[in-house]
Ligand binder design. Structure first.
Ligand code: PHE
Length: 479
């Protein structure tokens, strides 16, 4: 064996590689399917005209989601390195800064994501207690009568949420410590199918509730009058966060993929699974909320929907503790398969660059993320009034990472492919050196050169300053 191939072999061994294409697809879909699908998508669909929103979301997915996903996977697989290393290898030292921004974004996202992941485990625990007390015929367990008070008193406590945040981080670390194929891939292969099965069980329960039809009609009836400029921008933003784009996640996952796999079909399957999960989540949630509250004008959003409205729905349902338990297990699977991808993006840099052992890289990074999560957690309680730019610490991190860093990362990636790495090299990688001819190249070019950058700039401006909204208003697109 030549020195070169010996070197390559050792580097693949220490970096890790997916053992199969399906394993990769499930891990990448696991990263994409997360809290964003389960609470944000149903809420956006409800707010922006039901099926009409789903329709524009699909367009945004094709115009932006597909090309950027393909671009990131190609960069990672060409360079066979982490996000920073990939940009540096293909574009020179200055470009590694884009990777740095991605890794910092991952760090920030994971610190608040893990706090919510902790809440989810706590709710699993509470429903389990409820289920046990149902069985022994006492009614002490479960989420107590007033779901809002229950939620507020739990999240505003100092130590409890931090403890659960720790447990969530600990479980995520345990998975990534086992490596790419024996950890991330293996657990995704178990959790993702389970997630879909649980989603379908809850969906069937939800649509068969008395009065569920009102919710189904509400969800499926397209109301195109709600498709404003704002709705379109919300759709683009959702594509970004939901597909884990703009921060090097797909670069890192792509770097573990063998050269013989077809990037074009993979970049199509991952968003399709992600969208399917989001769409089914809407079906599972909206009819249930309407069934018990026929006069609902809104389903509520974010933490409120998941931790207050839905527990109230479960409470009114026969075997509510059982369905509550299934639901939160489902949310846990979604959250943990996303959090391991975030941790992998960060840890892989230290493994590639400084040749740290996986255990050292992951433990140190996870500890730092845990520490940063503490003020996030406290911002629901003791640090509620500590505001930075008028926002709590939690909101600051969430907004900075998803509204600024992700779109900026996506925009720079488009620029990178066009001007630095060059489209010919991207094509070579995407077609696996001609093995799978890239027939959509002309379309891909239009997307990467023009459409995606314009849309991303629009989201960026709108999300951050409201400026774009003003311009749209001026042009008469929105009120
Ligand atoms: N896609 C995940 C979700 O929908 C969040 C995420 C963003 C994960 C960026 C990794 C990277 O919840």
């Amino acid at each position: 064996m030549t020195d070169l191939s010996q070197n390559q072999k050792t580097s693949t061994e220490s970096r890790g590689q997916w053992s199969s294409n399906i394993g990769f697809v499930l891990a990448a879909a696991g990263s994409a399917i997360g809290l964003g699908n389960l609470w944000r998508f149903p809420y956006l669909a409800e707010q922006y005209g039901g099926a009409a929103f789903v329709f524009i979301y699909l367009i945004a997915l094709l115009l932006i989601g597909y090309p950027i996903m393909l671009g990131e996977l190609a960069i990672g697989r060409a360079a066979q390195l982490n996000a920073i290393g990939s940009y540096r290898k293909l574009g020179g030292k200055n470009w590694s800064l884009v990777g740095v921004m991605g890794i910092v974004a991952g760090f920030l996202i994971l610190s608040f994501y893990s706090v919510i992941g902790g809440w989810v485990i706590y709710y699993i625990f509470e429903y389990l207690r409820g289920l046990i007390s149902d069985i022994v015929q006492s009614n002490l367990g479960g989420i107590s009568q007033d779901t809002k008070n229950h939620f507020v008193s739990f999240t505003s406590d100092t130590w409890q949420p931090i403890l659960w945040h720790f447990i969530f981080m600990f479980l995520s670390v345990c998975i990534v410590l086992k490596g790419v194929s024996a950890g991330i891939e293996k657990y995704s292969k178990i959790m993702m199918p389970c997630l879909f099965i649980l989603l379908i069980i809850i969906l069937i329960r939800s649509v068969t509730l008395p009065n569920a039809t009102a919710g189904i009609i509400y969800y499926l009836k397209p109301d195109f009058s709600k498709i404003t400029g704002e709705a379109m921008i919300a759709a683009v933003g959702q594509v970004f966060f939901s597909l884990s784009l703009g921060m090097g996640c797909m670069i890192t996952y792509g770097s573990y993929l063998s050269k013989k796999e077809n990037l074009q079909t993979n970049a199509l399957i991952i968003p399709s699974l992600d969208t399917l999960a989001a769409f089914l989540a809407g079906f599972a949630i909206i009819p249930a909320v309407f069934a018990f509250n026929p006069n609902a004008t809104t389903i509520g959003q974010g933490p409120g929907l998941m931790f207050i409205t839905l527990p109230k729905v479960f409470q009114q349902m026969p075997f509510g503790n059982f369905f509550g338990l299934l639901f939160f297990i489902l949310v846990f699977f979604a959250a943990v398969t996303s959090s391991i991808s975030l941790l992998e993006v960060i840890g892989s840099y230290f493994i590639d660059q400084f040749h740290w052992k996986r255990s050292k890289a992951m433990l140190i990074m996870a500890s730092l993320i845990f520490l940063l999560g503490i003020p996030c957690s406290l911002s629901f309680g003791p640090m509620q009034n500590a505001k930075l730019f008028g926002k709590t610490f939690f909101d600051c991190l969430a907004d900075l990472s998803s509204n600024i860093m992700l779109p900026l990362g996506g925009l720079l990636m488009c620029f990178f492919i066009r001007h630095i790495w060059k489209i010919e090299n991207a094509e070579k990688e995407i077609s696996s050196e001609g093995q799978y001819p890239f027939k959509l190249l002309p379309l891909f070019k239009i997307m990467i050169y023009v459409i995606s950058p314009i849309c991303v700039v629009a989201v960026f401006l709108y999300a951050n300053t409201g400026l774009f909204g003003d311009i749209l208003a001026l042009l008469g697109f929105i009120e």
